[in-house]
Write a protein that binds this ligand. Structure first.
Ligand SMILES: [Zn+2]
Ligand SMILES: [Zn+2]
Length: 446
């Protein structure tokens, strides 16, 4: 790759000597963009092969042994120092390039326990055992796109290493889909055995047009809590309900009444959802069972909304049992992922570079209602930015939007099928510029 003799990033020495203040110099996107594009173009055949191999052989949460080994080999070949088995199947790849901040770039490793139905030449036909059951495995959330972009970004940044100083900390996280991999890596000393990074970045693909990116300042994804309630009654004959305490009745009443917590207690302008996804109870039409178990999910953005909803849900469950003169229900609320909060400073710096590179294709979006355990790293004290990239042909997206074409499969659909090259290229370009902007910001002492 052609290199510019003079670094395109602001030099700390220059700005220390400069009398003008504050200096708002930013990275030279106009010159960097074609260099990054050239690098991606040269690297792409190998990245394509890596992507399709990972796509065809996906592994579910904490089983990502082969996937991690593939990434470890790629990173070692680039000159990164790689530590494997951090948080069971995770890996940490470090590259030092002089004095400067440590910048973390995270990819996930895991796929989903489901069957792929895309019919692609490189579709997965692999199976595994998950929760004691045989299942197909598929990269239907696009984490394979993230991995190819992650390796490509590392390669591109090394090709530009006269443009930045500091340490790259590339981490590959297991078990994002079960929101447990980030915790596992932290518990295994991610920020103690290795240096805690100064900044962090991660991206996720989604069902919109490739070449497009969305970002958020502040809250980017939801808090997720899982809910399990067992209503205890007193079973008996369906023809003689007066001799029973009916837990099916309690469950039914709870499912309806709990929605009033959303509509009457929560501020209607704030996001909050409770969905009951599973009901287990009973065996025959004429037997009132002893117990009914409900499982659900609770999603919120703000901690105060979360607290209000949890209290309301608990109160409703207890009241429903009391109404039936039944014993108190067992209520178990398990905390899942916390909302990802993007750091305004990190976002502002990266956004300037990304806006310069992508123009109107880089735009803010409202927070997303799914959850993401990248928040674990943020909450451990790493100012970060999490952004999204599109995966489909712009014409197909436009047709789906104006109703002239079919709806496009979203993440977790068996038909989710990103167009690899432009998606991965955008991922690399955006992530490279985001990382360079953070190095530059630090070099300018901001
Ligand atoms: Zn997913
Ligand atoms: Zn995902």
């Amino acid at each position: 790759m052609k290199r510019f003799a003079k670094p395109l990033l602001a030099s700390a020495a220059f700005y220390a000597a400069a009398t003008l203040s504050p200096v708002h110099a930013e990275i030279d996107v106009i010159n960097l963009k074609p260099m990054i594009e050239k690098s991606v173009e040269a690297d792409y055949p190998k990245l394509d092969a890596l992507y399709k191999d990972i796509h065809a052989h996906p592994e579910v949460a904490f089983q990502e042994v082969k996937t991690a080994a593939k990434l470890a080999a790629e990173m070692r070949a680039l000159g990164f120092e790689v530590t494997e088995k951090v948080g069971k199947t995770g890996l940490v790849a470090i590259y030092k390039n002089g004095d400067g901040p440590t910048i973390m770039v995270r990819t996930e490793l895991d796929a989903l326990p489901m069957e792929e139905k895309t019919g692609l030449a490189y579709a997965s036909h692999d199976k595994t055992v998950w929760n004691g059951q045989d299942t197909f495995v598929a990269h239907s959330c696009g984490h394979d796109i993230h991995m190819a972009s992650w390796v490509g970004t590392a390669k591109t940044l090394l090709g530009l290493k006269d443009q930045w100083h500091g340490t790259l900390m590339f981490i590959a996280q297991p078990a994002e889909e079960t929101v447990s991999g980030a915790k596992a890596m932290l518990a295994d000393g991610l920020f103690t055995r290795f240096k805690k990074p100064d900044f962090g970045f991660a991206l996720h693909d989604g069902a919109f047009a490739y070449g497009n990116l969305t970002y958020r300042v502040g809250t980017g994804s939801s808090n997720s809590d899982s809910l399990e309630i067992t209503f205890h009654g007193h079973g008996g004959h369906g023809a003689a309900p007066q001799r029973t305490v009916d837990p099916v009745m309690m469950a039914a009443r709870f499912i309806v009444d709990v929605q009033s917590v959303i509509s009457r207690e929560k501020d209607p302008t704030e996001f909050g959802v409770v969905s009951i996804g599973a009901i287990h109870g009973g065996s025959a039409e004429n037997i009132i069972p002893d117990d009914v178990l409900l499982r659900g999910t609770i999603r919120t953005f703000k901690p105060e909304v979360r607290a209000k909803m949890l209290a309301g849900i608990e109160r409703t469950a207890k009241a429903v049992a009391a109404m039936s003169d039944a014993p108190a229900p067992d209520i178990r609320i398990t905390e899942g992922a916390k909302a990802v909060i993007n750091d305004p400073g990190v976002v502002e710096t990266a956004a300037k570079a990304l806006k310069a590179a992508f123009g109107d294709k880089f735009r803010p979006s409202p927070p997303l209602t799914p959850s993401e355990d990248f928040s674990e790293f943020v909450n451990a004290g790493v100012p970060s930015m999490f952004f999204n990239i599109g995966v489909y042909e712009p014409e197909r997206v436009a047709a789906a939007r104006n109703g002239t074409g079919p709806e496009l499969p979203s993440n977790h659909s068996p038909l989710f099928a990103p167009v690899p090259k432009p998606t991965i290229a955008t991922g690399i370009e955006a992530m490279t510029l985001a990382v360079l902007s953070a190095f530059d910001q630090h070099a300018r002492g901001k």
